[in-house]
Design a protein around this ligand. Sequence first.
Ligand code: NAG
Ligand code: NAG
Ligand code: NAG
Ligand code: NAG
Ligand code: NAG
Ligand code: NAG
Ligand code: NAG
Ligand code: NAG
Ligand code: NAG
Ligand code: NAG
Length: 824
Amino acid sequence: MDVRNNPWIMPFVIFICFSLKPHVSLGADTISANSSLSGDQTIVSAGKVFELGFFKPGNSSNYYIGMWYYRDKVSTQTMVWVANRETPVSDRFSSELRISDGNLALFNESKILIWSTNLSSSRSSSVEAVLGNDGNLVLRDGSNPSLSPLWQSFDFPADTWLPGAKVGLSKINNRNTRLISWKSKDNPAPGLFSLELDPNQSQYLIYWKSSIQYWTSGPWNGQIFSLVPEMRLNYIYNFSYVSNANESYFTYSMYNSTVISRFVMDNGGQIQQLTWLESTKAWFLFWSQPKTQCEVYAYCGAFGSCNAKSQPFCHCLRGFKPQSTGDWYSEVFSGGCERATNLQCGNSSVVNGKSDRFFPSYNMKLPANPRIVTAGSARECESTCLKNCSCTAYAFDGGQCSAWSGELLNMQQISDGTDGKSIYIRLAASEFSSSENNKAIVIGGVVGSVVIVSLLALVLFIFLRRRKTVKMGKAVEGSLMAFGYRDLQNATKNFSEKLGGGGFGSVFKGVLPDTSVIAVKKLESISQGEKQFRSEVSTIGTIQHVNLVRLRGFCSEGNKKLLVYDYMPNGSLDSLLFSEKNTKVLDWKTRYSIALGTARGLNYLHEKCRDCIIHCDIKPENILLDAQFCPKVADFGLAKLVGRDFSRVLTTMRGTRGYLAPEWISGVATPAKADVYSYGMMIFEVVSGRRNSEQSEDGKVKFFPSYVANQINQEYGDILSLLDHRLEGDADLEELTRVCKVACWCIQDEETQRPSMGHVVQILEGVVSVNPPPTPRCLQVFDSQENIIFFTESSSSQSSQAQSHTSTASTQTKNTTSNKSPKS
Ligand SMILES: *[C@@H]1O[C@H](CO)[C@@H](O)[C@H](O)[C@H]1NC(C)=O
Ligand SMILES: *[C@@H]1O[C@H](CO)[C@@H](O)[C@H](O)[C@H]1NC(C)=O
Ligand SMILES: *[C@@H]1O[C@H](CO)[C@@H](O)[C@H](O)[C@H]1NC(C)=O
Ligand SMILES: *[C@@H]1O[C@H](CO)[C@@H](O)[C@H](O)[C@H]1NC(C)=O
Ligand SMILES: *[C@@H]1O[C@H](CO)[C@@H](O)[C@H](O)[C@H]1NC(C)=O
Ligand SMILES: *[C@@H]1O[C@H](CO)[C@@H](O)[C@H](O)[C@H]1NC(C)=O
Ligand SMILES: *[C@@H]1O[C@H](CO)[C@@H](O)[C@H](O)[C@H]1NC(C)=O
Ligand SMILES: *[C@@H]1O[C@H](CO)[C@@H](O)[C@H](O)[C@H]1NC(C)=O
Ligand SMILES: *[C@@H]1O[C@H](CO)[C@@H](O)[C@H](O)[C@H]1NC(C)=O
Ligand SMILES: *[C@@H]1O[C@H](CO)[C@@H](O)[C@H](O)[C@H]1NC(C)=O
């Protein structure tokens, strides 16, 4: 990949170069009257948590005073506060941050004051600025530090809300402490979007240009914001609301104070909650609102249209072009679009010119601020608009004529559903005769969507048929053995041979009197009553499939709850894949059959969804192998049995292992598709024989799925390089490619883009073929050669590769006849 040809890579390059530059710490957390900050000098909080000094954002040539996490805490420099947002300096060595006249003040190259804490009354020379471990820069009287701060950066946040800070309103001085987004990644100046507390209610609002409110959290009920129901799953952030005579605000803390997390009003108009994952050395996007980028007001600017199903999300309407191509390429869309050809209307120098005409756009969400015009018919509506030169568009819907003048803002292309409207946009007549190409694209788009719709219908049809078959086939109730505790104690020689300690309890090997070998799982912390436990267990007992570990029986005596499974002599997949001790390397044929078998097992679980058996914890540790290396999915159904809610999964941060689908965080996951995600992540490890986020020898962060996505999308990508090197290239290249493609599809950010498990089975069986997958948004491929991979901090920056594959979300049927007879 050529870095120069890739517009979004440049900022990263500079970003990285900068973060490698050493900072000269003053060795203190304080700027006092006799010290100052200039050039590379920084101050660091006492506990080495935050650092403050000059920084240069992105590819900007300007310097700002900023605060970031100390490099031992967060290795990619991440700004949490900026002082002089609007008044940068260009030479940091001749600029100076110091105490002046009782204030902390920044002087530029010509020694002119350009930023100050702005306290009016002059104070003693003992004033000092101290950087706290919470990220609060406090100006205080050094001779009496216990007095309340004279000034603190927590009262003047930039775009970031750190734990312990308040966002709200002060009734004493009418100060509105709010988050204001950066203008762009390169420019920390106040941007378009702000998060503020509603003065009338305990709720948050997000504004566009401080005037149009486009998102609300809904009022706080003491536990959650009413319109953010997923907060129920929140075991990470301790939110609280305070309202008294002086102020009303929200604040939050981390239940686990070692977790590094921040809230950001992103420059794309979404509020994001990010957590640093040391294992991947990246920020993990936990949650964001509004949910989709297109819900951000006027995200695509004037005459731009937002389409959630395309990348980039923004397009100019027909007849318009980006106002600033540079901005557009760096994914700053708010500048919007301008006319390619001026209108004739109102131009007196056009004498015999043809009049303007209207170009229809279908399936749109109509722009903001319509004007209702009286018109009895669509034709009348059109002619009224045509006659008025300031009328830029009209729509006639439900007998009502709406007209717009000037810029059209907040338009959306609706790709599904039926509530899309048609809008007619005024263009110069010459726009209509010009290009046939556009037409071809439009038709192509229509044909494309027809194909996709038909495919979806087909998939749905198959799905429904399957469900039916399964239902009819389901007859035998499980014949589970009820064991006594003593029996199991004897069988396992008093639980002496431990096989493993899974998520729900330890597992022990045992031998029954009839010499059959068993695995006994001692469940921990069962919250259910006897009856419920038995009914849950018997449900699990009815689920039998060659690729699922069979439950043979159970024991329930008081609070002793045990489950008895078939013993799997070849242990779990992780030990076979990753263990150094294991001399036998799984060959390709076995790996492929493990991928396929696991998919079949999961498919069976998903399709038999009568009781909604969703695994929710797919990882190599939970795939067991029998004597013939046939894979068996283990531990299904236990989440429900143990009464463990998924938020607990979040708190234990299993996501750090990289199998947890991103939508779990928002609490609105379709569990089956979350399983598909985890399956995909696991398949990468089956291919490579390594953990996905393994550290390479030279210390660079590797994230294998990104590397795969990159190779798969290159015309001459080195597919064999993806294979476990211990196999020395001994694999079926077609199978390898297929598996890698499927895995990439499985980990798409959008649940709807991920295939179903049934679909995965068909692909791996070779019944249907698979299109090249787009690079998932969360995998930002930095440089394929170096294999240095970064996660994005913001969902608004997309991989460039994804752009060329926007309409390939669905796999194509190679052999339609075989589709008519789904296997079960
Ligand atoms: C600055 O002044 C403080 C007391 O006001 C003193 O403790 C400190 O040593 C001084 N630092 C330098 C570098 O002179
Ligand atoms: C750097 O950012 C500016 C806007 O801040 C943009 O105009 C310019 O094209 C960018 N340069 C590169 C090389 O990406
Ligand atoms: C310093 O700031 C002043 C006031 O904003 C400005 O006029 C001057 O050009 C700046 N000096 C330099 C070297 O940028
Ligand atoms: C300080 O006050 C000046 C003049 O009142 C104002 O222009 C400037 O924005 C203020 N700076 C801060 C950081 O509040
Ligand atoms: C708060 O109430 C006042 C007075 O009723 C109203 O003018 C204002 O628009 C309200 N603010 C919001 C954000 O709803
Ligand atoms: C949550 O925050 C409130 C207010 O700051 C505090 O009183 C409470 O102890 C916190 N709870 C936990 C579990 O940390
Ligand atoms: C409100 O502010 C006043 C004066 O600043 C202070 O005395 C009082 O304790 C404050 N009240 C609360 C509830 O914080
Ligand atoms: C807090 O999180 C860290 C990992 O960030 C973990 O090691 C630790 O056990 C957690 N503490 C608690 C009390 O959950
Ligand atoms: C009016 O039309 C003339 C000729 O087409 C063109 O050169 C001129 O730019 C137009 N003026 C405006 C204001 O659109
Ligand atoms: C033309 O449109 C403008 C803006 O919508 C409106 O104010 C004006 O009344 C319209 N003129 C006529 C003649 O309808």
